[in-house]
Design a protein around this ligand. Structure first.
Ligand code: UDP
Length: 328
């Protein structure tokens, strides 16, 4: 069950200036923990740390996780490591495949190697993208991964994160390293940027600016969106759940919505006059782009381990993102 972390624990968050990482930092500080963030600001932003910089239990380092002497020192000082540093966002992956593969595999290798040297607990953030084109929803952690051909760069993201998972589980099996792998489904909330292709912040900005909402394909593809606040609570609980060690756990919400319905909801809640425009995938991403039709998690394992799964209603989540962008 959900065990509250001991007070005054020291957490290291790689990628802590990112959207999810910065929310996790905020949450852990509110729980009374010490938090150190390492981030190279490649996709994260220093502004995400603005509200934390003056906190007496918060500190940060701007550097690449692959700078081993620096990361070694930080791992040494930490009780638990949340490894969130990664290249994320479908647009980034399609546009920068080399960077995606090298960052995702290279950073995880370093974190696991250093954590293993010191026997430190690690939570690895993975992604629901690893399920690929599997249509057997809801996705359970032991389902097959169904990836497309290597000629389509989108799949390099899933593949690189799958390697991260293999490596983490291998460290656990072969070296008894305490690791937990969290497979994150679509996570949204304040501070998420649409720059790397994420749909909700993109739609909200379009609606508030009176521009057409760009629905890719016919909009019948569906996702389950969870609120970042609930997701980081689940990550912290998993990191402190002894039964989660050595396991892969889905972290997401059960509420499914099509992208067309999402666009309509954003327009309604933002009181916007924006129309919806349908953009073929080839134009949105690249020739021959393959999307997933449905992405729905089975969260029974998460619930049995920590006692809850994200469930905030999509209307409230969308309203929160609209309010955030309105007040920026
Ligand atoms: N999408 C869209 N318009 C956009 C951005 C994304 O219709 O401006 C679609 C995208 O094709 C996918 C869904 O929204 O089907 C979710 O995209 P996102 O990149 O947020 O996450 P994904 O689930 O693809 O990782």
């Amino acid at each position: 069950m959900n065990q509250l972390p001991p007070r005054a624990e020291r957490a290291l968050i790689t990628g802590g200036a990112g959207f999810i990482g910065s929310h996790l930092a905020e949450y852990l500080l509110a729980q009374g923990q010490w938090v150190h963030v390492i981030d190279d600001l490649s996709t994260g932003s220093i502004e995400n740390l603005d509200g934390l910089k003056d906190h007496p239990r918060f500190s940060y380092t701007i550097d690449d996780v692959r700078n081993e002497p620096v990361t070694a020192e930080l791992v040494d000082r930490a009780d638990v490591i949340y490894h969130l540093a990664a290249a994320v966002g479908v647009r980034l992956i399609v546009e920068s495949p080399v960077r995606t593969i090298e960052t995702n595999i290279g950073c995880t290798e370093v974190v696991l190697k250093l954590a293993n040297k010191k026997g430190k607990k690690v939570l690895i953030a993975s992604t629901s993208e690893v399920y690929g084109k599997n249509n057997d929803v809801p996705f359970r952690e032991d389902h097959d991964l169904v990836l497309g051909p290597t000629s389509k760069s989108r799949w390099s993201y899933a593949c690189s994160k799958a390697i991260d998972e293999f490596l983490a589980l291998a460290y656990h099996r072969a070296r008894r390293l305490p690791v937990v792998v969290a497979r994150l489904f679509n996570t949204v909330g304040p501070r998420q940027t649409g720059r790397y292709g994420m749909v909700l912040p993109t739609f909200v900005r379009q609606a508030l600016q009176g521009r057409p909402l760009t629905v890719f394909g016919d909009g019948s593809q569906s996702r389950c969106f969870s609120d970042v606040g609930e997701v980081v609570r689940a990550l912290a609980a998993l990191a402190h759940c002894p039964e989660a060690v050595g396991r892969v756990v889905n972290v997401g919400s059960r509420q499914e919505i099509t992208i067309r319905e999402l666009a309509e909801l954003v327009i309604r809640l933002a009181n916007s006059d924006s129309p919806i425009t349908y953009v073929p995938y080839d134009q949105a991403y690249e020739e021959g782009f393959e999307d997933m039709a449905r992405r729905v998690p089975d969260v029974s394992l998460l619930e049995s381990l920590v006692g809850f799964a994200p469930s905030k209603p999509i209307e409230q989540i969308v309203q929160g993102v609209i309010d955030y962008y309105r007040h920026r």
